[in-house]
Design a protein around this ligand. Structure first.
Ligand SMILES: Nc1ncnc2c1ncn2[C@@H]1O[C@H](COP(=O)(O)OP(=O)(O)OP(=O)(O)O)[C@@H](O)[C@H]1O
Ligand SMILES: [Mg+2]
Length: 253
């Protein structure tokens, strides 16, 4: 579904005229039905890689194939990418318009889908269905973001991501700002949605426990390079130093 070959991202600092190589020689494949975790410490380049994958950042070098199309070579392919991939961010507060109601937030995505597919979607009915899918009900329809808890608002963001009927959803630390019990509830929800809608996931995190929840593959990023790509079931055999430290810290608890 996705093939990344020798991807590089460099940022130029105009003040100092220096170049920072944030991603170096990244290559991997993502198959339909995979749930791929991208794990690494802060600053390792996870979000930068995520931005490339969803079409927001043109890589400095390397190839990106999305379902055999090349989003950074061709405008129509970029559009195809944006129609088939959704994003859920860590910061649910800044990823919604505070003046929009829950119905309007999810409705916006459904309107895009309606226009694109030229089908006669009943927007209100679908919003209610999506709210139910993410464990909320119709009473949330007219509420504003500030009238929701963090966990509820993240559920709305997840509903909005599902609404465009994507093939892939990319999550960038979706549970990091939530308390422990809400984290578990959201992880359960993501697991259910994946099965229900046959979704492929890319899950950016620095938390190894959440990886074992539903991911089947994991790549470790360290200073912009992939240090290891491994099946989650083999994670105890990892040779990656960062992964080993994470595993040890979990086992000590
Ligand atoms: N637009 C940009 N311009 C310049 N430098 C950037 C830009 N975006 C990211 N960087 C730099 O790239 C590096 C990687 O950042 P990135 O946000 O990808 O890390 P991350 O792994 O997501 O970290 P975290 O876990 O803290 O979210 C950092 O050193 C950051 O300062
Ligand atoms: Mg990040």
């Amino acid at each position: 579904m996705i093939k990344i070959d020798n991807l590089e991202v460099h940022f130029r600092n105009e003040m100092t005229s220096t170049v920072q190589q944030v991603l170096k020689g990244i290559s991997f494949d993502l198959n339909e039905g995979d749930a791929l975790a991208i794990l690494g410490e802060s600053g390792s380049g996870k979000s930068t890689l995520g931005r490339v994958l969803v079409g927001l950042l043109k890589p400095t070098a390397g190839q990106y194939f999305f379902m055999d199309k090349q989003p950074y070579k061709n405008k129509a392919d970029r559009k195809f990418l944006s129609e088939n991939i959704s994003i859920v961010f860590q910061d649910y507060n800044t990823s919604v318009n505070p003046r929009f109601t829950v119905g309007e937030i999810i409705g916006e995505s459904l309107n895009v889908l309606k226009k694109r597919t030229k089908t006669n979607i009943n927007i209100k009915h679908n919003i209610c269905k999506l709210l139910n899918d993410v464990g909320l009900d119709e009473t949330y329809y007219d509420r504003f973001p500030h009238q929701l808890s963090g966990g509820q608002l993240q559920r709305v963001c997840i509903a909005r991501a599902v609404a465009i009927n994507p093939k892939i959803i990319l999550f960038d630390e979706p549970i990091s700002s939530l308390d422990a019990s809400t984290q578990v509830q959201i992880m359960d929800l993501l697991k259910d949605l994946r099965e229900k809608y046959n979704l492929t996931y890319i899950f950016i995190t620095h938390d190894l426990t959440s990886v074992t929840y539903f991911c089947n593959k994991v790549i470790f990023l360290y200073e912009g390079k992939i240090t290891e790509a491994i099946n989650v079931k083999d994670i105890h055999k990892t040779k990656d130093n960062y992964a080993k430290r994470l595993l040890d810290s979990i086992l000590e608890v």
